[in-house]
Ligand binder design. Structure first.
Ligand SMILES: [Mg+2]
Length: 124
């Protein structure tokens, strides 16, 4: 069972992601939310047992690319998987996120199946 951190500047999108995580029947124990990379780092500081991060790319204050880089200063890829949520046509962003240390990505609009496929290797 994993504790999952969802980082997205849209509260509506965070709700959708939470619902899809439930529909995907993944072993999610608890879900924490943050609205940008800065809040994400703060959440991670308070809950070091977070086992997976799902992060948007386009966010104010600290975007997903910078956020991945910061997380990787303290948490290696093997210990804390990070999956990016991207929009279609965002291939350059995806490449950048992967080279900054993301483990994978899922493209919007996503379905329970695509979420399950993207996360199955990390949380079963
Ligand atoms: Mg956004």
């Amino acid at each position: 069972m994993a504790k999952v951190l969802i980082v997205d500047d849209s509260a509506t999108m965070r709700k959708i992601i939470m619902r899809v995580l439930r529909q995907a029947e993944l072993k999610v124990e608890d879900v924490l939310e943050a609205g940008n990379g800065i809040e994400g780092l703060a959440a991670l500081g308070k809950a070091p047992d977070i086992g997976l991060i799902l992060s948007d790319v386009n966010m104010p204050q600290m975007n997903g690319l910078e956020f991945v880089k910061k997380v990787r200063e303290a948490h290696p890829k093997e210990k804390l998987p990070m999956v990016m949520i991207t929009t279609e046509g965002g291939e350059a962003m995806v490449q950048q996120a992967m080279s900054n240390g993301a483990n994978g990505y899922v493209t919007k609009p996503f379905t329970p199946e695509s979420i399950r496929t993207a996360l199955a290797g990390f949380i079963g």
